[in-house]
Design a protein around this ligand. Structure first.
Ligand code: PEP
Ligand code: MN
Length: 338
């Protein structure tokens, strides 16, 4: 860290800062300028006490952090792309992860019809919410345990791997038993106790970006999971809240490019929550692949007009098959296999 001392600070007060830096376990290297002095503090900021508390000293102008706060998720610590094994299906690096299925599991026939169709179109992972985080308590909350049972049935029938949302610590064991990837939703993106509980299951985790979460906060949330012993984390961009109302959220493809630079973790894009409009999903998928996404999480429904949640953004079975076809040149151009 670098501590900037206020101009014209007497030497005795500069020495006070130097002594404090030393006391906190760093090697202080003062640089005396004609007007101003800075103290470079040599030492690992992640294993030492933070020096940001020195801002409290009246002679300190500012404390500047040099190292990143996330270590395990950072590309510096792991330059190669991480590849995650989803119960035998690799995702990351050259392996594109195509995850698709309904927003909510609604019935056996709805789920099975969707599962067979998305598999035939090329998906390898089936999505479907059993426990749903709904804005209003009067909206469909999901089938809960029955939804999980149906997801397991779909896995047995089709061989597709399962991703479903973990909404609460109370459901950890039950949801882990029926899924191959635990989805942490945007509303729980910084629910750290839930992240720790999810990490401990050892299952791969898809961590959505919070509705108004900065990229560094998103990466630090992923760091929580890795710091608790689980390296199998997917970062998922699903749109953020902005002033724009033409789309439900603003899909931040710039964040995907940044996450790929900053981190070795695979990045998945959810264009469905991302723009909230079925008519834009195809274009958003192409854009996502072009900026370097490692996978897509797409809402697909046999009859979107009758969906119990997010009908406006779910693509039809035929629409999904067409989308996958149109995606092929983009996947080839970016060196991906599905
Ligand atoms: C979903 O995937 O259906 C969902 C609720 O996602 P998010 O947490 O991104 O809103
Ligand atoms: Mn949804």
């Amino acid at each position: 860290m670098i501590i900037v001392i206020k101009p014209h600070t007497p030497r005795a007060q500069i020495d006070e800062v130097i002594a404090e830096v030393q006391k906190l376990g760093y090697d202080p290297r003062p640089i005396f300028g004609t007007e101003q002095t800075v103290v470079a503090a040599i030492g690992d900021e992640r294993t030492h006490h933070t020096l940001e508390s020195l801002n409290a000293l009246p002679q300190v102008e500012t404390v500047i952090r040099v190292q990143k706060r996330y270590q395990l998720v950072s590309r510096e610590s792991h330059p190669a792309d991480s590849i995650i094994d989803v119960d035998g299906v690799p995702v990351g690096g050259p392996h594109f992860g195509l995850m698709a299925g309904p927003c909510s599991v609604e019935s056996e026939s709805q789920l099975m019809q969707t599962a067979h169709a998305v598999k035939a179109a090329g998906a390898t992972i089936l999505r479907g919410g059993a426990f749903k985080p709904r804005t209003s308590p009067y909206e469909f909350q999901g089938l809960g345990s029955e939804g999980l049972r149906l997801l397991s049935l779909a896995k047995r029938e089709t061989g597709l791997k399962i991703i479903t949302e973990l909404l609460s610590e109370v459901h950890v064991d039950e949801v882990a038993e029926h899924s191959d990837i635990l989805q942490i939703g945007a509303r729980n993106a910084q629910n750290f106790q839930l992240l720790i509980a999810a990490a401990r299951t050892g299952k791969p985790i898809l961590l959505k970006r919070g509705i108004s979460e900065r990229i560094d906060e998103w990466l630090l949330a992923a760091e929580y999971i890795m710091a608790h012993g689980n390296p199998n984390v997917f970062l998922c961009e699903r749109g953020i809240r902005t002033f724009e109302t033409a789309t439900r959220n603003t899909l931040d493809l710039g964040a995907v490019a940044i996450a790929k630079k900053e981190s070795h973790l695979p990045v998945i894009v959810d264009p469905s929550q991302g723009c909230g409009r079925a008519d834009l999903v195809r274009q958003m998928c192409k854009g996502a692949v072009a900026v370097g996404a490692d996978g897509l999480l797409i809402e697909v429904h046999p009859n979107p007009a009758e969906a119990l949640s997010d009908g406006q953004q779910q693509v039809s079975l035929e629409g999904f098959a067409q989308l996958v076809k149109e995606l092929q040149p983009f996947l080839q151009a970016t060196g991906h296999s599905t």
